[in-house]
Structures are given as structure tokens and as C-alpha cells.
Design a protein around this ligand. Structure first.
Ligand code: PEP
Ligand code: MN
Length: 343
């Protein structure tokens, strides 16, 4: 089989609904995949299939087709032109990628029932829409706390039950997918696994949305190519997360690369999340970087909050206290309004 190719069909503004449906039917009849995005004036149909097979089809001859162009970028399905508009990704009932900037928050690790439900209700009161918490933790040292595992997932599901907040949690191993799917609403692929291609393919076959975090030494293009692995397996519900990269600077934990936000918004239709907590790693500066991320165009902000950071089993030095989080949300709201968004 020849290598896969992606083509973009743009319909004529005057194309009828029947014509659009006919285009889609014809594409499928040819054994190709069609990904349909409906704009106000025209419909964009992304076509994927083996290069030989696509090239020999007279796509431009189908009534209602205005143009047919190949995606020349190395990442095809994640390229902005493949959709021609922003994608919305739903986590539970929460939509990311629209006008509203979505706040995700919670502790680095799930530690106990009291801890996770306490933090979940506090962040909900402040305005968070999604609860985060690690059950399987990727720790630099094998001797550090590794997370509560399945018990942690159950506690997250209990916290969702109590607060109504959908839950995002990290997957580190393909063998955990079934159990995580049972309890969570969104999968997180962490920085350390951004190029774990077996894992990317596996989450690409999941019914859950995936938040892919940028690897600490990964370029923007590497991040987009990793996302392409997930979409190429059929899962288009992907969020990209900038969480800081390694540079020569040692004062901060990482260097939050806010350049990536406008660049990614231009390159891809996928929603962009910024994690200022891991990006800077210092509690007192997290809020400033959250504000900057909103100004730069982020669609969601992920932050770590803990009710007792000094007792946290991981990342206590960067977690905000619930009161500090409330203050952050109020300030984020003002910047969001200034850039034509809401929180
Ligand atoms: C986390 O979100 O707690 C985490 C481990 O993030 P990262 O993969 O970005 O280090
Ligand atoms: Mn953490």
C-alpha cells in the first residue's frame, strides 16, 4: 500500500446539502476516510487514504467541489487547514476550544478521599470546570511516591460524583487503558511519554479525549507529529499542552514557552492548554504566567492546587493554596475579558 495522503476539499458557497452529502458518500465509496467540518459559508472535508488511490480519483469533478488541495505539512490531520476552523473537544459536558477559557485544576497526585474531594469542591467554588489528579505518577526517582493507582482512580470518580467536575488523569502504560477509561473523562499523556509511540497509538484508539503534554526537550513540530499519531488512529479529540521546556535557566523548574501558543494556534485546529504550574515550578509566580497564557491565546489553563502543600506527596512547592487559586481565577477572568474571551 502506498503512503497515506491527506487532501482538503472545500465546497462551493452555493453547494446544496444534497451535494455535500453526495461528496461525502462518494469519498467513502472509494474506500477513503472523510472528516467533515461545517463552517458558516462552506464545508471543509478532509480526505485521508493511500496516496495512489487518492491521486487517481477525479475528486474535483464531483458537483459542489470548489477546490481540492493536498496537505503538504508533515503533520496532516492536525494541520489547521485539514479542518479550516478550530476544533472543539469535549471533556464530559465541558467544551474546550470555544470562546470560554476552561480552567482545569487539582492536586499533582491523588492522596486520599478527604484530600481529593476537599480540593475538588474548593476549586469548583472558585470557577474550575475540570478536576485533575494523578493516580499513576511518572516520578524521576523510583523511590518517590508513585501514586495510588486504581485506588486513586476510584477516588477521582468519587470526587466527580460529589462535585460534578469531569476528571482528567495521566496514563503511563498501555495496559492501564481499560481501567482508566472506566473511571476518567480524559486521558493525559505526560511530558515524559510524549514520544512513547505505542502509548500514543493506544490512546488514539480510545473513546476518551486525550491531552498531550509537550516533552521537556521536544520542539513544537515534535509535539504536532506526536499528536498526528493519535489522530491517525481515529481519535480527533486531542488537546495540546505547553508545560515548559528545559533551557539553560535553572532559577525556574522549566521555561514556559508561551511562543508555542500563537504558533500552535496558527498551525493546528486543536485546542491549546497551558500548564503554568509545571512551566515555572514556583508557587508565587504561577498566577503571572497563567495571566500571560490567557493573553497569548490559550484555550484552557491547567494548574495544581493543594489544601496542604507542605504535606503534598509530589510537587508541593508549586501548588497553589485554595485561596490563592480563587485570587488567580479572578485575575484570569479580567485578562480573558480583555482579549474577548470569558472564564
Ligand atoms: C503532571 O501534570 O502532574 C505532570 C507530571 O506533568 P508533566 O508530564 O508535564 O511533567
Ligand atoms: Mn505535578
Amino acid at each position: 500500500m502506498s503512503r497515506p495522503l491527506a487532501m482538503i476539499i472545500v465546497t462551493k458557497p452555493e453547494a446544496t446539502e444534497e451535494q455535500v452529502q453526495h461528496i461525502i458518500d462518494r469519498i467513502k465509496e472509494w474506500g477513503l476516510k472523510a472528516e467533515v467540518s461545517r463552517g458558516a459559508l462552506r464545508v471543509v472535508i478532509g480526505v485521508i487514504g493511500p496516496e495512489d488511490s487518492i491521486r487517481e480519483k477525479p475528486i474535483a469533478a464531483i458537483p459542489g467541489v470548489a477546490s481540492v488541495t493536498p496537505v503538504l505539512k508533515p503533520y496532516k490531520l492536525v494541520a489547521r487547514e485539514f479542518r479550516g476552523m478550530n476544533s472543539n473537544v469535549k471533556i464530559g459536558p465541558v467544551v474546550i476550544g470555544g470562546e470560554e477559557i476552561v480552567l482545569m485544576s487539582g492536586p499533582c497526585s491523588v492522596e486520599s478521599r478527604e484530600q481529593i474531594t476537599g480540593i475538588a469542591s474548593a476549586i469548583k467554588k472558585s470557577g474550575a470546570k475540570i478536576l485533575r489528579g494523578g493516580a499513576f505518577k511518572p516520578r524521576t526517582s523510583p523511590y518517590s511516591f508513585q501514586g495510588l493507582g486504581v485506588e486513586g482512580l476510584k477516588l477521582l470518580a468519587e470526587a466527580r460524583e460529589e462535585t460534578g467536575l469531569p476528571v482528567i488523569t495521566e496514563i503511563m502504560d498501555t495496559k492501564d487503558l481499560d481501567v482508566i477509561e472506566k473511571y476518567a473523562d480524559c486521558l493525559q499523556v505526560g511530558a515524559r511519554n510524549m514520544q512513547n509511540f505505542a502509548l500514543l497509538k493506544e490512546v488514539g484508539r480510545s473513546k476518551l479525549p486525550v491531552m498531550l503534554k509537550r516533552g521537556m526537550s521536544a520542539t513544537i513540530k515534535d509535539l504536532l507529529m506526536s499528536a498526528e499519531y493519535i489522530l491517525s488512529e481515529g481519535n480527533f479529540n486531542v488537546l495540546l499542552c505547553e508545560r515548559g521546556i528545559r533551557t539553560f535557566e535553572t532559577y525556574t523548574r522549566n521555561t514556559l514557552d508561551l511562543n508555542a501558543v500563537p504558533v500552535l494556534k496558527a498551525e493546528t485546529h486543536l485546542p491549546i492548554v497551558v500548564d503554568p504550574t509545571h512551566g515555572i515550578g514556583l508557587r508565587e509566580h504561577v498566577a503571572s504566567m497563567a495571566l500571560a497564557a490567557v493573553a497569548a491565546g490559550a484555550d484552557a489553563i491547567m494548574t495544581e492546587v493543594h489544601n496542604s502543600p507542605e504535606l503534598a506527596k509530589s510537587d508541593g512547592e508549586q501548588a497553589l493554596l485554595p485561596d490563592e487559586y480563587t485570587d488567580l481565577v479572578q485575575r484570569v477572568r479580567k485578562v480573558a475579558e480583555a482579549v474577548g474571551r470569558s472564564v
